[in-house]
Write a protein that binds this ligand. Structure first.
Ligand code: AMP
Length: 283
């Protein structure tokens, strides 16, 4: 694998692939890599002649400066891990902030409802920052395919919309959520969980799973309340939101009989660490 910092190096390396029409696959990350990231990378390795993995902790998507400061940074360990999975021609792109943002990015995207509800409501500006960084990374990497985890379900919808708004010629590939054996969705933030929080956190997914089997017995509103109460039976867990929405439009679901795919999305504070997860109600 090749590690590069500058777009010129990236272009130089990828040019021969592009000339031969050999597609670039791209996996953008913020590092502190785990099996969730690796699953995206493996998916690209299976399909793409060359894979680019970026590691960049994007300041514009953090609405809370403390969260940005505390976000885990483990580039040395990440590179050792990538060395084991990437092929000789694959690339790790480690851009500096001045490369991504040579000047402040003032673009404001109009995502309608998509970035106003759920994560958008509780993390104002977050998805605009995600769209800024991903569009900039797409501009530099020029991937044919890009891989995103369904763990960040709303993020994928926002990025899909961003590619439509900017007419970007990239295919987005959604990848399933990878979990710890006890069901907790893998996340770089799990590294920051204390012992008690880590022990209680699997309750989040257990409750989501139980919720999918209860939808015939309760109204949507009752189920939303039930999920909140059930998760909060664990003393270190506090639910910020749990809502069932249309998986495509993110409009709130009021009645189970409404047509269309439905998704339940949750954000939970485990002590000082904010975790998200989601589940499909199409079972
Ligand atoms: P991040 O480094 O948290 O920005 O995540 C980079 C990419 O990895 C995003 O597309 C995430 O959705 C994806 N990802 C993170 N955690 C998981 C997971 N547990 N399962 C699948 N994909 C994940």
């Amino acid at each position: 694998m090749l590690t590069v910092k500058l777009p010129e190096e990236l272009d130089r390396h990828l040019a021969p692939f592009r000339e031969k029409g050999r597609d670039t696959g791209f996996v953008p990350t913020m590092g502190a890599l785990h099996e969730g990231h690796l699953s995206l990378i493996r998916c690209s390795l299976q399909q793409d002649p060359v894979t680019v993995v970026s590691i960049f902790v994007n300041p514009t998507q953090f609405n809370d400066p403390e969260d940005l400061k505390k976000y885990p940074r483990r580039t040395k360990e990440d590179l050792a891990l990538l060395e084991q999975v990437l092929r000789a021609d694959d690339v790790v792109f480690l851009p500096e902030e001045k490369t991504i943002y040579p000047e402040p990015d003032t673009r404001i995207f109009d995502f309608g409802l998509l970035d106003k509800v759920l994560e958008g409501e509780f993390r104002p500006g977050h998805f605009n920052g995600v769209a800024q960084v991903v569009s900039r990374l797409f501009e530099l990497v020029k991937p044919v395919r890009a891989y995103f985890g369904l763990k960040d379900f709303q993020q994928l919808a926002v990025i899909r919309r961003m590619t439509e708004i900017l007419s970007l010629p990239v295919t987005l590939i959604p990848c399933p959520i990878i979990r710890e054996p006890d069901g907790l969705a893998m996340s770089s933030r799990n590294l920051r969980l204390g012992k008690e929080e880590r022990e209680q956190a699997p309750r989040i997914y257990r409750t989501l799973q139980a919720a999918t089997t209860l939808k015939n017995n309760m109204s949507v509103q009752e189920l939303e309340q039930w999920v909140k109460e059930k998760i909060e039976e664990a003393p270190r867990l506090k639910v910020e939101y749990f809502r069932v929405v249309r998986a495509d439009t993110f409009r709130p679901v009021k009645d189970w009989n409404e047509p269309g795919p439905k998704q339940g999305l949750v954000a939970v504070w485990a002590g000082e660490v904010r975790l998200i997860d989601n589940v499909s109600f199409e079972l």
